[in-house]
Design a protein around this ligand. Structure first.
Ligand SMILES: C[S@@+](CC[C@H](N)C(=O)[O-])C[C@H]1O[C@@H](n2cnc3c(N)ncnc32)[C@H](O)[C@@H]1O
Length: 291
């Protein structure tokens, strides 16, 4: 039967594969599940179930978008991160699995803080809100401030905080890095996955990324480190003595980022952590108790 779940899945996967999409089968399955509103189990158990004309048309529309390289997360409108569901639109970066490693490190840092008081976290460049929201879900005593220059991204982040039930513990604010925080606002933990791609490298990214994800979320200036350098200058004012900064960065940037932070006497305990593919991925810096 050519309009059965099985047949449509196979032919969709074939079309995506011949267009050179590596994750063709998974993409085809996710789009089909969305079109038919069914689970992967249902596709397995009822492969001969026929699609309605409306479902066929919807699936075809999704497939065409994917063939134009639009990321599946934007077509579906959601992405799972830290086992939570996040709304995503082209106004926000699609959450990446590497950033879960940053959340793990944030949790470890918070575990080391005194237990009898609230913890204040600042998420710089919050995008869809994943860092502040995932941390707030895990740590009941955590209050977060989440900033972004993009008002559109902040709207999505707010919706995600609401749908994940933590909106009462996160304050979202439009700010160019720390500019719109008051000078005496300080945090126990500052975490960020900033834009870190060198401007000239953006044109070499996959079309799925460069043609669809927001440039503002990718562009780290001439050498990719401009935002991180600006953060290094502003963080000391907003991190409590003994507080911790955690920054995610791109492949190969570790040594340069270490240099940026070594120049600042405000930081101590500088170290780089590797991701699951054994590549340097996170900088951790502690604010000295004094100075
Ligand atoms: C790489 S994305 C990360 C988004 C999200 N935190 C995540 O991990 O998926 C970087 C985010 O930083 C924001 N951004 C870029 N420049 C900024 C600036 N000067 N101040 C505040 N946010 C900025 C972008 O709008 C984008 O949402």
């Amino acid at each position: 039967m050519k309009d059965s779940l099985h047949a449509v899945l196979q032919s969709s996967a074939r079309r995506l594969r011949s267009a050179g999409l590596e994750s063709a089968h998974l993409d085809a399955e996710l789009l089909l599940r969305k079109s038919v509103a069914c689970s992967s189990k249902e596709i397995l158990l009822n492969p001969e179930r026929t699609l309605t004309l409306q479902q066929i048309a919807q699936n075809e529309g999704f497939l065409r978008r994917r063939l134009q390289r639009e990321p599946v997360a934007y077509i579906l409108g959601t992405r799972e991160f830290w086992s939570l569901e996040f709304k995503v639109t082209p106004d926000v970066l699609i959450p990446r699995p590497e950033t879960e490693h940053l959340i793990e490190q944030v949790l470890q840092v918070v575990e080391g803080l005194p237990e009898n008081r609230p913890i204040h976290l600042l998420d710089v460049g919050t995008g869809s809100g994943i860092i502040a929201i995932s941390a707030a879900k895990e740590i009941a005593r955590l209050k977060a401030t989440a900033v972004d220059v993009s008002g559109e991204a902040l709207q999505i982040a707010k919706e995600n905080a609401r749908s994940n039930g933590v909106e009462d513990r996160i304050e979202f604010r439009k700010s160019d890095l720390f500019r719109d925080l008051s000078p005496n606002e300080t945090f126990d933990v500052i975490a960020s996955n900033p834009p870190y791609i060198a401007r000239s490298d953006i044109r070499n990214l996959m079309p799925d990324v460069k043609d669809f994800e927001p440039l503002q979320a990718l562009d780290g200036g001439e050498d990719g480190l401009e935002i991180i350098r600006a953060m290094s200058r502003q963080v000391p004012k907003h991190l409590r003595p003994g507080g911790t900064l955690l920054i995610e960065f791109g492949e190969g940037q570790g040594p340069d980022i270490m240099k940026v932070f070594q120049e600042h006497i405000a930081f101590d305990g500088l170290r780089l952590l590797k991701d699951y593919s054994d590549k340097d991925r996170i900088l951790i810096a502690e604010r000295r108790d004094r100075g």
